[in-house]
Design a protein around this ligand. Structure first.
Ligand code: GLP
Length: 246
């Protein structure tokens, strides 16, 4: 079930997203948060940091699981998702890094790594999973065509996704070709999903997710069968929705 919240701008989106996270953390200071990278959650992370500094809310008992990581990008590379999470959130709150889980994009044995990550994840129940959406409807790095039954696995990135992400790298050749990602079945186990999307570039994917057929060609469409999905967008991303964006 979708709850759709359309906001004027990314500032207001971040505030609305923070209210959701705050609601979870107020009730459960040792919540399990599913986290995401990309530009969409950055405003939310800023609000979480501000709140931590202002109110002293502690993250020491919070456990986190990230959706994905690039394959064969050094962990300390400026564009690794490990670096992203440190810079945008973890370095600014009192989280215990022992409670942080991000797939290892440099594992010696990827079969073992995907099993290890899924096994670790299954010891917990994610209270809220934050995510963005790819312009092709991907969630995490589950590209179109990924079976809904997939658990954590290695995914070959579509050229369109590599192009979308090329802005963060010196050239398209530097964008990794593969990623380790939580699977769709792993993601669907979260109690609540908080999906953030802005700009008209995401409008088609948002409309397909909400109104389109449930199909592996649009991975996000699987969320139609999740009991609690909060979608926060700006007007542009909501412009192709049936009763929004007027
Ligand atoms: C990447 C991430 C996704 C994210 C998507 C959208 O491909 N793996 O998890 O949702 O980008 O990113 P942005 O929020 O920057 O548009």
């Amino acid at each position: 079930m979708f709850t759709i919240i359309v906001k004027e701008n990314t500032q207001e989106m971040a505030q609305a997203a923070f209210e959701v996270i705050k609601g979870v953390l107020d009730k459960k200071p040792n919540a399990v948060l599913g986290l995401a990278t990309g530009s969409s959650p950055i405003g939310l992370y800023k609000k979480m940091i501000e709140d931590h500094k202002l109110t002293g809310r502690s993250y020491k008992d919070v456990v986190t699981f990230n959706l994905d990581e690039y394959v064969r990008l050094d962990r300390n590379h400026s564009q690794s998702y490990y670096t992203f999470m440190k810079e945008h959130l973890f370095d600014h709150i009192d989280i215990d890094l022992n409670n942080v889980h991000i797939p290892d994009g440099n594992a010696a044995d990827f079969d073992a790594e995907v099993r290890r990550y899924e096994a670790e994840l299954s010891k917990f129940h994610v209270d809220v999973q934050v995510m963005g959406i790819g312009s092709n409807g991907h969630i995490g790095f589950n590209e179109p065509g990924t079976p809904f039954t997939a658990t954590t696995h290695i995914e070959a990135l579509k050229e369109s996704t590599r192009n979308d992400n090329a802005r963060f790298f010196a050239s398209i050749d530097d964008v990794p070709t593969h990623a380790v990602t939580m699977g769709i079945a792993s993601i669907m186990k979260a109690k609540k999903i908080l999906l953030l999307a802005s700009t008209s570039y995401k409008a088609k994917a948002i409309a397909a997710m909400i109104h389109g057929p449930v199909t592996e060609n649009c991975p996000a469409s699987v969320l139609q069968s999740h009991p609690d999905v909060i979608v926060i967008t700006d007007k542009a991303a909501a412009s192709l929705l049936a009763d929004e964006g007027h």
